[in-house]
Ligand binder design. Structure first.
Ligand SMILES: Cc1cc2nc3c(=O)[nH]c(=O)nc-3n(C[C@H](O)[C@H](O)[C@H](O)COP(=O)(O)OP(=O)(O)OC[C@H]3O[C@@H](n4cnc5c(N)ncnc54)[C@H](O)[C@@H]3O)c2cc1C
Length: 304
């Protein structure tokens, strides 16, 4: 079977892996696979500015973690459910999936439209078209899948479009010297919701001392269109207040995730249209890496 998967985040990668043996082609608009499982490498520094860790509660994702070998490791093994992180960065989750075999991967290829003729599906991008495909899987954040579905008048468009996802502004800081204080903090009531010392994760260099701080969903929404330098200034002030770290970082930047976490999931593992289209992503089940993985597996089972 010829299968196209649009989106090479955890959902699309899990789907591709499960469909081994078919002619699978993955398309992603990013420069690397992994989606929100992302690592930024800049000026010799490394930041995990998207997903912070993954928990594995179900047997399927536990098996994936076991097979990933040295590409993942537990961070803070003392917690009840181990927090699995990629090594040396969160993007290693994508490499773990690739090692299992995912078919052919086309990066920097944004799918602008999907069409169906009497026999098959076709994808359209800035460089032309791809197809025919017997199955297509949209493994995208709901707000990015909905317009592709709406453009062909597909009945899933309304349900997918109704799933709300929340943004997240992320602050990245690097200090030459190690700063004192706990490695992670969960916060409430202010601009920031989460602070973590990136350098405390397994497989990272302890210096420079790299930190991540995530703004909460309400603050991120209220400041969604603010200029990045203004957001950086506000979040640096909030970081200094929360941590009492007053040293001047030698690197600072912000990243905006427009679709970071799912507010209220769909409540089904994936959507399946017997004419040969599946729609999946974390938002089907919960805003988590494991939910994205499980949703991708469900889409693969529907397609096979
Ligand atoms: C700041 C932040 C912190 C998080 N923290 C955690 C955490 O600690 N623990 C946890 O479990 N989860 C966390 N998450 C959530 C977790 O990252 C996601 O649940 C999971 O990675 C989603 O995977 P996905 O495959 O469903 O979507 P994505 O990772 O978003 O993948 C979708 C892919 O589709 C591509 N794409 C989009 N549109 C197109 C198009 N038209 N054509 C081609 N490609 C396209 C994108 O480039 C992307 O690669 C966090 C997320 C963020 C942003």
């Amino acid at each position: 079977m010829r299968i196209a998967i649009v989106g090479a985040g955890m959902a699309g990668l899990a789907c591709a892996q499960a469909l081994r043996g078919h002619a699978v082609t993955l398309f992603d608009k990013g420069r690397r696979p992994g989606g929100r499982l992302a690592t930024r490498r800049v000026e010799g520094l490394m930041f995990d500015h998207g997903a912070q860790y993954a928990t594995a509660r179900g047997s399927a994702f536990q098996a994936f973690i076991e097979q990933a070998g040295d590409l993942v490791a537990p961070w803070d093994p003392a917690v009840k459910h181990p927090r699995w992180v990629g090594v040396p960065g969160m993007s290693a989750f994508a490499r773990a999936a690739e090692h299992g075999g995912i078919g052919s991967l086309h990066l920097q290829c944004q799918i602008r439209a999907i069409t169906r003729d009497a026999e098959a599906w076709h994808l359209h991008h800035d460089g032309g078209s791809a197809g025919p495909f017997d199955r297509i899987v949209l493994a995208l954040p709901a707000p990015q899948a909905a317009p592709l579905l709406a453009a062909i008048g597909h009945p899933f468009a309304a349900r997918v479009g109704a799933v709300a996802m929340q943004p997240c502004w992320c602050l990245m800081l690097a200090f030459s010297e190690r700063q004192s204080g706990p490695d992670t903090r969960t916060l409430e009531g202010g601009a920031l919701a989460w602070i973590a010392r990136d350098s405390s994760r397994p497989g990272r260099d302890p210096l420079p001392d790299c930190w991540i701080a995530h703004a909460g969903p309400d603050w991120s929404q209220a400041h969604l269109e603010d200029p990045p330098d203004q957001v950086e200034a506000a979040l640096r002030t909030a970081f200094a207040e929360a941590t009492e770290i007053r040293a001047v970082p030698h690197y600072a930047a912000v990243h905006r995730w427009r679709y970071a976490r799912t507010q209220s999931p769909l409540g089904e593992a994936c959507l399946w249209d017997p004419s040969g289209m599946a729609v999946c992503g974390d938002w089907c089940l919960a805003g988590k890496v494991e939910a994205a993985f499980d949703s991708g597996l469900a889409a693969a089972a529907a397609c096979a």
